[in-house]
Design a protein around this ligand. Structure first.
Ligand code: ZN
Length: 280
């Protein structure tokens, strides 16, 4: 078993830009389209094969402009051959009705939250009707969802979408741990989530993201449990230590690649990443 597991490559995902405004304390976060393409290209060279994308307005607030998403995608397809492009349909600071506008540009994947949750200063609202609508749009445009699990009930939200025929029986799920006011980053909670995933979505592939200072430890827990993918990037965490900022997305990807190898596994190539996540 150990041999077959060790031979299994790990998809390395990079979340290059989140929704939090760029301030003096996180200058490395790429914000313009050109910065995003450059930062992702460096991360790709360091081993990342999946890019999770948010775009920003001129004032750096979160944007839903589908043409900005398309411009980033075009740059990545040109400079990062085979890399999986994943658009965020996340809601922070965005009009709910606009969250699916970018899907018409048919990225490989898009994030899909299947329930609501408290965030540090807001409620991240994902009413059932919006979840169904976004899942329907993804199906219509041939976009594979990554299901974001901020709470146990969100797994059951994914199961309902499978039963409704809106997503297939082999979804890719991501457990998000360590968001303030949401699910804490605790190892036994990952076991609970995995046990429930295997019970109700037995064919699912999975990954886990630790937010802020939890990034490295959640990655350790995920790799120790045979995760199909791991996620890093400046959206989730801008610090290497309490006193040192990450210089770039590529630096975080390099550290994640080291961690993958320290577990006797290797970083997936773009073709392997696509095969692992059910993409052409
Ligand atoms: Zn995101």
């Amino acid at each position: 078993m150990a041999g077959s597991r060790s031979a299994t490559p790990v998809v390395l995902a990079v979340a290059i830009t989140g929704s939090v405004p760029r301030k003096a304390d996180n200058p490395a976060v790429p914000v313009t389209v050109a910065e995003q393409i450059e930062s992702t290209h460096q991360a790709f060279e360091a081993g990342a094969t999946l890019a999770h994308i948010h775009v920003r307005n001129h004032d750096e607030s979160p944007s839903s402009d589908p043409e900005k998403f398309a411009a980033v995608q075009e740059g990545l397809r040109k400079h990062c051959s085979g890399m999986i492009v994943q658009f965020s349909t996340g809601g922070r600071g965005r009009d709910p009705a606009a969250r699916g506008l970018s899907l018409k540009h048919r990225p490989d994947m898009a994030s899909l939250s299947t329930g609501s949750v408290n965030f540090p200063t807001i409620v991240y609202e994902n009413p059932a009707s919006l979840v169904t609508d976004l899942a329907s749009q993804m199906k219509q445009h041939g976009v594979r969802p990554e299901i974001e699990i901020f709470d146990l009930s969100h797994l059951h939200g994914a199961k309902r979408l499978v039963e409704a025929g809106l997503i297939d029986a082999r979804p890719h799920v991501q457990f998000v741990m360590g968001v303030q006011n949401a699910m804490p980053a605790e190892e036994h909670l990952l076991d609970i989530l995995l046990t429930e995933t295997r019970r109700i979505l037995p064919e699912a592939t999975w990954t886990a993201a630790g937010i802020g200072r939890n990034q490295a430890v959640v990655m350790e827990w995920a790799l120790a449990r045979g995760a199909d993918a791991v996620r890093t990037g400046l959206e989730d965490n801008i610090r290497l230590t309490k006193d040192r900022l990450a210089a770039s997305n590529a630096e975080l990807v390099g550290l994640a690649a080291d961690k993958v190898r320290s577990h006797g596994r290797r970083v997936a190539t773009p073709a392997e990443a696509r095969a692992a996540l059910g993409l052409a």
